[in-house]
Design a protein around this ligand. Sequence first.
Ligand SMILES: *Cc1c(COP(=O)(O)O)cnc(C)c1O
Length: 464
Amino acid sequence: MLSRPLAEPYRIKMVEPLKITTREQRQELIKSAGYNPFLLKSQDVYIDLLTDSGTSAMSDNQWAGLLLGDESYAGSRSFDSLRQAVQDVFGFDYVLPTHQGRAAENILFLTMVKEGQIVPNNMHFDTTKAHVIQKRGRPLDLVTDIAYVASDTSPFKGDMDTHKLDQVLTNQRDDVPLVMLTITCNSAGGQPVSMANIREVSKICKKHGVPFFIDACRFAENAFFIRERERGYENASIADIVREMFSYADGCTMSAKKDALVNIGGFLATRDEKIYRAAMVWCVLFEGFPTYGGLAGRDMEAIARGLYEVLSLDYLAERIGQVRYLADRLREQGIPLVEPTGGHGVYIDAQKMLSHIPKEQFPAWALSVALYVEGGVRGVEIGSVLSGRRPDGENDYARMELVRLAIPRRVYTDRHMDVVVAAAAAVRDKASAIPGFRFVEEPPILRHFTAKFEPVGGRTGVLF
Ligand SMILES: *Cc1c(COP(=O)(O)O)cnc(C)c1O
């Protein structure tokens, strides 16, 4: 395992004060938010681990880039910076800037997917899946079976099952407009994809003449895992590993809110001029002129700088080291986790931790509320509240009841992580007194964002 630097490879030159609340205040605050952490004001959250998307701290170099942004409608100098960075880092000549990752998915699938067609992916991220479906295509998850086994500690649980992919392409070649691979595999817990797997997927796609695109959101974190775990890469630079990864693909979609270390932005990039020209038409319609797409010039400048910064081995060792630090401390406290620890967050197995709460009373939701009350920590339920209902009206119970603690990049220190561990330990100590929840208000779609709850039994137990 690659070791973490002695301390952060950066120092702090601007701070954002945080409000520290008392336990009693948090009990009131979460109650008036209908026991829904999404409805809390962010100022009432001490450590916000809701997402790693768009929450990074930019560097002084990126902030300086904002002031140099060229806001010209056409032919912006900042677009040249972005295009140069994408060429250097990924090796793709053609770039369309978009307002975020899902917009790149939108214009790619509008260009390539026709009604009834199948899009294989190791595991579709929510927005990717939604965009395939919206074009009347059929998303198909082909990740290896071990991805679904929480306790399996295999090094590359994000790999695609290439045997299944070959079968699909052999039997239904004409129904598959493109193949995608998500690195790291977000929906499987930020698990990496090996270089061998990327190479093999590419080979199969070439054999059948199908374009191959990478969902590149966490490309640098994935490259770090390859360097750490795959033979032959232990001395390679992250830049070289990234170049090799993308040399096997025809293009990528990117949410710059992840590994470009900015707060908003994305792009579609490709080496295929034909795909680029076709996608450009949709870019103009939905995003903007091809040299700014959905972005301000200053945003393109910050993304360009972030794409180089994220290749630093010291940065990545610190980043992934911090995620591991949190996981290791939680494990020491006997908190059950999804293994192995992925690149951008830690997933707590709430069903195991709060085993007295039946799934009908949403154990992972209860854990997310309890972590807030105990420590002012906001994680996110990835369980049956999120899953929603089936067409017949029944709850569509999730395979696993998880709370994800996603770590923003360059934002919190290990001492903040210690607060998270203390909150989890406090919940563990009073686990049996923590109540389940039921809906008071339940919106018909995407219910987790705005639903309101009450503790089951209306009890005012230890916590509520
Ligand atoms: C975040 C994300 C997206 C979508 O990007 P947005 O910028 O949120 O639109 C797509 N795929 C993966 C794997 C992601 O993590």
